[in-house]
Ligand binder design. Structure first.
Ligand code: HEC
Ligand code: HEC
Length: 269
């Protein structure tokens, strides 16, 4: 087959692209021991003090926002105490989570940071899911923030609110409604810094419990989620929904066609 110059060039381009992804030069690409070590999770976790962690995360929030605050507030204590591999972690990549990822208002960055920390330190997938769920459920249900900084950047009485969601958008909107403060103002930043401290503290509590072999405190999932998923979840009749977020935070009413069982159930929508 005759290739034109352009075709030959693009074929080579594709081949070159493949080289980057897979291995064209096995000898060169073979990782050294330390590279392999760094790429492997879990990394060892050492118990941390929840209050110190909260204060750290609070101040880091002012450097790189919520996800960075939680992540660095935890990982950097280990870096200072133990050096590598913690010290080489590029914590600043975690700034992407600010405002629910690049201000999209999706997953709250503090929770994104918590989930990343847990993924770094939890061994099995089930453990990762269980620890992450403990932090997420707490966040959905708690009135936040509660943390009062030792050295506040902005000294103010801080109104709290319940997000009923793990998403940045409702979390911020409900706080703005409860407090009367606008988004992106200095009060909002202070609120998210304190919320970051609360989330870092909760993450460390959950990790410490795991390390000390304590039974995890049982978080009660929103009972509605289980009820809805009994029909809509993967084991239900409908099998059309994937998720554990509080259903009622978005589905505030259902159509008249919706099965009656729900309408008559206690605590239904
Ligand atoms: C007893 C089983 C069952 C339970 C429990 C249930 N659903 Fe449904 N749901 C259905 C069925 C069946 C349909 C399809 C109805 C239709 O044909 O329109 C449906 C439809 C829906 C729809 C589509 C729009 C509408 O309003 O009909 C939404 C949204 C929905 N369910 C949300 C929920 C939520 C949220 C919960 C929990 C609060 C829930 N469902 C609990 C069976 C159930
Ligand atoms: C963050 C908001 C949000 C949450 C939380 C949420 N949903 Fe939804 N859900 C939506 C949106 C948006 C759609 C798209 C269709 C629509 O507009 O109804 C949808 C669609 C659905 C549908 C299909 C509706 C249809 O018309 O056929 C069902 C069923 C449903 N959700 C059930 C649930 C259940 C059960 C939960 C809890 C486990 C849940 N949802 C949590 C926002 C949400």
């Amino acid at each position: 087959m005759q290739l034109t110059r352009r075709e030959a060039f693009s074929a080579a381009g594709i081949a070159a692209g493949v080289c980057i992804l897979s291995s064209c030069a096995p000898a060169e690409r073979k990782s050294t021991q330390s590279e392999t070590g760094r790429d492997m999770v879990p990394w060892p976790y050492h118990e941390l003090d929840p209050e110190t962690t909260a204060e750290r995360a609070y101040h880091y929030h002012y450097d790189g926002h919520c996800m960075y605050g939680v992540f660095k507030g935890i990982v950097w204590q280990l870096a200072e105490r133990y050096g590598e591999p913690y010290r080489s972690f590029p914590c600043s990549m975690m700034t992407y989570g600010a405002g629910g990822v690049a201000s999209w208002g999706s997953l709250c960055g503090a929770l994104n940071g918590a989930a990343a920390v847990i993924a770094l330190f939890a061994s099995a997938r089930e453990q990762q899911v269980s620890l992450t769920s403990q932090v997420f459920l707490w966040y959905e249900q708690a009135e936040l923030p509660v943390y009062v900084p030792v050295r506040p950047r902005l000294d103010m009485p801080m109104p709290g609110s319940v997000a009923r969601s793990v998403l940045c958008h409702p979390s911020v909107a409900l706080w703005s409604k409860a407090s009367g403060y606008p988004v992106a103002g200095k009060e909002h930043m202070e609120r998210c810094a304190r919320l970051t401290a609360d989330t870092a503290r909760r993450t460390v509590i959950v990790l410490n419990e795991r390390v000390s072999g304590q039974a995890p405190r049982s978080m009660i999932a929103d009972p509605q989620v289980g009820r809805c998923n009994a029909c809509h979840g993967r084991d239900g009749e409908q099998k059309d929904v994937l998720g554990r977020m509080a259903c009622g935070s978005c589905h505030t009413s259902l159509s008249d066609r919706h099965p009656d069982t729900l309408a008559t159930a206690p605590n239904s929508l």
